[in-house]
Design a protein around this ligand. Structure first.
Ligand code: HDD
Length: 703
């Protein structure tokens, strides 16, 4: 039977571009020249990708349609299991550059030569949420780095918090089960504010230090670019003479530390669930490459013996004030992935991937992790050959006799696939005792048993130290976070149990939380295996606010505009931001933009409903009288102003903006964080003010 005639035009011209129609009417851009022919997986050219092969115009689809079957078959199997933890993540490529040789403490090849660059891949993540959950959940952030060194891949699989919830890996499944959605209802998603989580935590005193950290603003970072990273465990470094030093790894963001406010995080997750990934993507794509410096805390057995806590206990830090950080290099992220699945989803980190010159310690959490990361890749990536994938493959030469298995891209070449063998030069690789990996020959002895060392028993002292190291504003946020989370817990006994623990941390904090939950009576302090050491010195380095960057670089100003806006103010703001290295985004009643005072046109990036102030680090309201009158009728415009104020942001405004601000409820409360822009020269002063990032003093007046 003759096929139905397609009488639609073969091409369409829009502006200066011509599009050609395919068989089914789809268009291909031809401006760039030749277009490759669509093929099947095995390269057979495809003539029609719009219609399946049918027995007659209105008849059934035929099984012989290999192209159709291959396409649907492949689509049906596109998903692989998401990570059991850290499912939602975002990766980027970059490099590590050494500042100096560390030959004195390690023979690791990556640390031998100053100024040498080593390729790396990073994946940041949240822990509890599913792959499609929102970015600004209150959660720990994963900070995993794969260094492709000349002596093999080294994976530093850390977090943005330097301590962990548990001391022994055997508790990890319980912790994660409790933290993730409850098993019957499958909610809440990406939140620890529920009974199971706090039930587990309140029954696990070793998690108290981490509990304080996760209730701090560390778990609502402004973006991946503005957070620290930590290797958490104590590792070893071994130099060429075989001398071992203990080491803790730190990543310090050159952009500075910054977090958002909790109410802002809640709104951000609705306004842009991809806020963190978009931020990293946009920064890299625009050439503003984020950087972190790698710092080491190096110490010896003597320090370890004298330190108040066990250096093998992953629920403890070593304050920077006690062992200063030696900065040894920098990481620069300068390339986004080409394909999310191939790179970010399939990257397989393993704590077990270490290189000669680096070694493990007996931290029982680290030891358990070494099993888990290798094991999990099999169920996630489906084959023992996951290291054949480009993102996981080493960049240095590798030779081994492991062979076959699903999807093996390469196998040993030649006759020999075992050793020892007697095939001489054709017999393949051999081990090398001189250059090969050698474990530190630590003496081990003792009866077999299931132990928890007495030296791991102090669960409260460092939690207290962390709390006392925070600024007053940050302490307030910790109290608020506990009250918020525990208010979502339905069982009173669990709320009370947590307050009982807090009594061992800080009496004022416990009282604040008890009052905030409106407990009728305060519980007794929880029984402690070891009494809290109250004399530990605060560590100011643990505060985010006290260690701010004093720069607005890399941040974003949102400018709400209306028709008739003073072009001089807009131009001056833009110039001041460019100088600072910060971004600007225009928000208007309609995305098409506004006509400025001089008749020029300013295109907007957001319509007011899609550009709430939570998306910006600071805001400006530059409107004409008529514009303010129009905007004050719009709920989204009023929220824009009210939220910016409530989230302690710096606000610049033109005189005509006042009626809108009054309508948003802040007319009479203007404070030093609100800066009037009367003339273009004021723009510079405003951007300098923004270097404080937030006007936290306002918070007191909001309560
Ligand atoms: Fe883990 C993933 C970090 C304890 C078992 N972990 C994972 C990732 C990070 C961390 C950043 C995501 C890696 C990626 O982006 O692909 N995990 C940590 C830190 C821990 C920690 C800093 C404590 C100091 N983890 C931990 C324990 C266990 C695991 C105690 C099990 C005994 N972690 C896993 C895992 C995951 C994982 C199940 C899931 C996906 C993967 O490994 O590749 O094996």
């Amino acid at each position: 039977m003759a096929s139905r005639k397609d009488n639609r035009p073969k091409s369409v011209t829009l502006g200066d571009q011509t599009f050609q129609r395919g068989a089914g009417g789809e268009t291909h851009q031809t401006a760039s020249g030749d277009i490759e022919t669509l093929t099947t997986q095995v390269g057979t050219p495809v003539a029609d990708d719009q219609n399946s092969l049918r027995g007659g115009q209105r008849g059934p689809t035929l099984v012989e349609d290999q192209h159709f079957r291959e396409k649907i078959f492949h689509f049906d199997h596109e998903r692989i299991p998401e990570r059991v933890v850290h499912a939602r993540g975002f990766g980027a490529h970059g490099y590590f550059e050494t500042y100096e040789s560390l030959a004195d403490i390690t023979r690791a090849d990556i640390f031998q030569r100053p100024d040498e660059k080593t390729e790396l891949f990073v994946r940041f993540s949240t822990v509890a949420g599913n792959k499609g959950s929102a970015d600004v959940a209150r959660d720990v952030r994963g900070f995993a780095v794969k260094f492709y060194t000349r002596q093999g891949n080294w994976d530093l699989v850390g977090n943005n918090i330097p301590v962990f919830f548990i001391q022994d890996a055997i508790k990890f499944p319980d912790l994660i089960h409790a933290a993730k959605a409850e098993p019957d209802s499958d909610f809440p998603q990406a939140q620890t504010a529920h009974d199971n989580f706090w039930d587990f935590i309140s029954l696990t005193p070793e998690s108290m230090n981490m509990a304080l950290w996760i209730m701090s603003d560390r778990t609502i970072p402004r973006s991946f670019r503005f957070m620290e990273g930590f290797g958490v465990h104590t590792f070893r470094m071994i130099n060429a003479e075989g001398k071992s030093s203990f080491v803790k790894f730190h990543w310090k963001p050159k952009q500075g530390l910054q977090s958002v406010a909790w109410n802002e995080a809640v709104k951000l997750n609705g306004a842009d669930p991809d806020f963190h990934r978009r931020d990293l993507w946009t920064a890299i794509k625009s050439g503003d490459f984020p950087e972190w410096e790698l710092g080491l805390q190096v110490f010896d057995e003597k320090f370890a013996d004298e330190f108040e806590f066990d250096v093998l206990d992953p629920t403890k830090i070593i304050p920077e004030e006690q062992v200063p950080i030696r900065i040894v290099g920098r990481m620069v992220l300068d390339r986004c992935v080409d394909n999310f699945f191939a790179e970010t989803e399939q990257v397989a980190f393993q704590t077990g991937n270490i290189v000669p010159g680096i070694d493990f310690t007996n931290d029982p959490l680290l030891q358990g992790r070494n099993f888990s990361y290798l094991d999990t890749q099999l169920s996630r990536l489906g084959s023992t050959n996951f290291n054949h994938l480009p993102v996981n493959a080493p960049r240095c030469p590798f030779h081994h006799f492991q062979q076959d298995g699903h999807m093996a891209f390469h196998n040993p070449k030649g006759r020999a696939n075992y050793e020892p063998n007697s095939w001489g030069a054709e017999g393949g690789p051999r081990e090398n005792p001189e250059t090969g990996f050698a474990s530190h020959p630590e003496e081990l002895e003792g009866p077999k048993g299931r132990y928890r060392s007495e030296t791991f028993a102090d669960h409260y002292s460092q939690a207290r130290q962390f709390y006392l190291s925070q600024t007053e504003v940050e302490q307030g946020h910790i109290g608020d976070a506990f009250i918020f989370e525990l208010s979502k817990v339905e069982k009173l006994a669990i709320r009370e149990r947590m307050v009982a623990h807090l009594l061992n941390v800080d009496a004022d904090l416990a009282e604040t939380v008890g009052k905030g939950l409106r407990l009728k009576t305060m519980p007794k302090a929880a029984d402690a295996a070891r009494p809290t050491v109250t004399g530990l010195k605060p560590s100011p380095k643990l505060s985010i606010i006290a260690n701010g960057p004093q720069s607005f670089k890399g941040r974003k100003l949102g400018v709400l505009l209306s028709d008739g806006v003073d072009i001089g103010l807009v131009t001056a703001l833009k110039a001041a931001l460019d100088k600072e290295g910060a971004q600007i985004e225009f928000i208007a009643p309609q995305v098409g933009g506004v006509e400025a005072s001089d008749g020029s046109w300013i295109e907007a990036q957001q319509k007011i409903d899609g550009g709430p102030s939570v998306l910006y680090d600071a805001v400006a309201i530059l409107v004409s009288e008529a514009g303010a009158a129009e905007l004050r009728k719009m709920p989204a415009a009023r929220d824009y102003v009210a939220d910016a104020f409530a989230h302690c942001k710096f606000i610049a405004f033109s005189a005509a903006a006042q009626p809108l601000m009054e309508k948003a409820g802040i007319g009479a409360d203007l404070d030093d964080g609100c800066v009037a822009l009367a003339k273009p020269a004021d723009a510079k002063r405003f951007i300098e003010t923004c270097r404080d990032l937030r006007f936290w003093e306002r918070e007191k007046t909001l309560k």
